[in-house]
Write a protein of this length. Structure first.
Length: 554
């Protein structure tokens, strides 16, 4: 009987030991595979996230500048189109340039990175004012400078007059640079629109961004411990890199810079991070194109990227071995108690291998398996934190340059959390454009798009310092705090009425912006949508009133 008991115990222990070994080996294999897959995926996603996020920030600067130039251009063109023959009148030209300069100054003050802006009329005009040139001298402060004498320089002198002749030849809005602006004494990135009226060249309108402003943003980018950002211009010269404060021409590249450039091209073609050999060993790089044709790439040493993987592999293998060794020393009762946590660990490791980081381990004992569970939970939580860093940024509406609906939804979520904490304070103003459909149906969607840009300008002039969102075709919204909503609505509709009169020949009818507001009231409003719906209802009431008023006038 004793022999039989011993035999059964041996069999049980043998089966449990084999099972424990199987679990340990399976856990090790799954962990190694999972960690390798996830480390590679996480590093790729982190590089992509950093690259795309900073590209969005730089593109926001570029796109905002481009939109500002276009806003000034459309205004200047509209004013000039019907009065082109008066361009050679000094009196008309002075008044015309003053209006354009005021709008350009408003746009430039809204963009902290605009270094200078200008409107230069054609050099065929021999007398009187030829335009204006302003340069930033402080926060929101611009000083007018003397215009460049074009006759002093050849047309191919990029440093002095490229800003004039290149867009004139292109006959469309273009990005220039980076280039050395000899007139202002600094490196610039410029967006310039040529003004052609009835196929006749009238001048150029442009804004300049100081390259140092872009480089300052790049200096703040951190990738792992020693990684960094690099920007190539459209001719593959290095505009910014930590080692080169003034950039580096392509013809001066060494092996390391050429390897970086080749990897950048490969990453652009594939759309994914790539590895290459740099001066610090094997590196990983992700690259993306900027809106003006330049290239932003972020790069980091592979050894830094793999540091967390090595640590996780060490802990995973170490505790798997520990689990196998302890199986030989425990009794049948202890081994049975291991079955549940080991099964739990196996299931958790499979979830981790499938990319599911929401792993909960219930075994909280202080023994080896408990320590393994805690380490596994720590590992899972660590990997999950990587994903928590990846968030979607708000993008800009391409038509109007305002925040789009995705940005609105993100803001809404933040305010909802404040509402739940009973500490929210905000007012919503909902706006809608009257007669947009009429304009689209009668004179075309191109004019309808132009109308949206005009009313956007009216909103910008009204809601200075407050975010504006385009949440639908002709639906807009702003969220304010500490301001009189009714005053702002009245101001908006006054500005719009004036602009509508100026635009009557363009759109062949008047237009208005209907608006309604609602303020969050504690205890009454349970959510953001409660306030929004009240503002929306008020807008429709205002819309009805405006239509009735317009019908009565007509």
């Amino acid at each position: 009987m004793k022999v039989r008991i011993k035999s059964i115990q041996t069999k049980i222990i043998g089966v449990v030991v084999i099972f424990a070994l199987f679990i340990a080996i399976s856990l090790t294999v799954v962990s190694v595979i999972s960690i390798n897959i996830l480390n590679n995926r996480d590093s790729n996603q982190l590089l992509e996230h950093i690259g795309r996020e900073n590209a969005i920030n730089i593109n926001q600067m570029l796109i905002s500048t481009e939109h500002s130039v276009k806003n000034v251009y459309y205004y200047a063109y509209d004013q000039l189109e019907s009065l082109f023959g008066r361009l050679y009148s000094n009196t008309f030209r002075e008044e015309y340039l003053e209006k354009v300069a005021q709008l350009a100054l408003t746009e430039a003050r809204g963009n902290d990175y605009v270094r200078s802006f200008y409107y230069r009329l054609t050099d065929t005009i021999k007398e009187g004012p030829l335009g204006f040139l302003y340069q930033r001298k402080g926060l929101g402060t611009y000083k007018e400078l003397e215009l460049t004498d074009l006759s002093l320089y050849a047309a191919d002198d990029i440093e002095h007059v490229g800003w004039y002749h290149l867009p004139k030849s292109a006959k469309e809005g273009i990005w220039l640079g980076p280039y050395w602006n000899a007139n202002l004494g600094t490196r610039m990135i410029s967006y310039v629109e040529p003004v052609y009226v009835y196929a006749r060249f009238a001048g150029v309108i442009g804004m300049d961004i100081d390259v140092n402003v872009v480089c300052a943003q790049l200096e703040e980018i951190t990738v792992y411990n020693t990684g960094s950002a690099v920007v190539f211009d459209i001719e593959d010269n290095i505009l910014y890199e930590k080692k080169y404060s003034e950039g580096l021409e392509k013809n001066s590249f060494g092996d390391a810079e050429n390897a970086l450039l080749f990897a950048t091209h490969e990453a652009i073609e594939t759309g994914h991070p790539v590895e290459y050999r740099g001066s610090s060993g094997i590196m990983k790089l992700f690259a993306t194109k900027l809106s003006n044709g330049m290239t932003l790439c972020v790069t980091a040493p592979l050894k830094e990227i793999n540091a967390s993987r090595q640590m996780l592999l060490f802990f995973s293998i170490s505790f798997s071995i520990l689990l196998a060794l302890t199986a030989f020393a425990f009794t049948y009762f202890i081994i049975r108690s291991f079955l549940k946590p080991l099964n739990e660990l196996t299931a958790a490791s499979k979830k981790l291998a499938d990319g599911n980081f929401d792993v909960t381990l219930s075994y909280n004992s202080d023994d080896e398996v408990g320590q393994l569970s805690q380490t596994f939970s720590t590992m899972s939580a660590s990997l999950k934190r990587y994903y928590d860093h990846f968030h979607n940024l708000a993008y800009t509406d391409s038509m109007t340059g305002l925040n789009n609906k995705a940005a609105f939804e993100t803001t809404k979520e933040v305010i909802e959390s404040e509402v739940k904490l009973n500490r929210a304070a905000f007012t919503i103003i909902v706006m809608d454009v009257n007669n947009l459909k009429t304009i689209n149906d009668t004179i075309g969607h191109e004019k309808g798009d132009l109308l949206l840009k005009h009313v956007t300008q009216c909103m910008r002039e009204t809601f200075v310092g407050f975010p504006l969102y385009r949440i639908g075709g002709d639906e807009f919204c702003t969220i304010i705090n500490g301001a009189d909503a009714q005053y702002l609505i009245a101001k908006l509709q006054t500005i719009t009425a004036k602009r509508s009169e100026e635009d009557f020949e363009i759109f062949q009818c008047s237009y208005q912006i209907a608006a309604g507001d609602a303020t969050y009231v504690k205890k009454r409003d349970k959510s953001f949508d409660d306030v929004f719906n009240r503002a929306d209802k008020a807008m429709y009431e205002n819309k009805k009133m405006l239509k009735e008023k317009a019908a009565h006038v007509s």
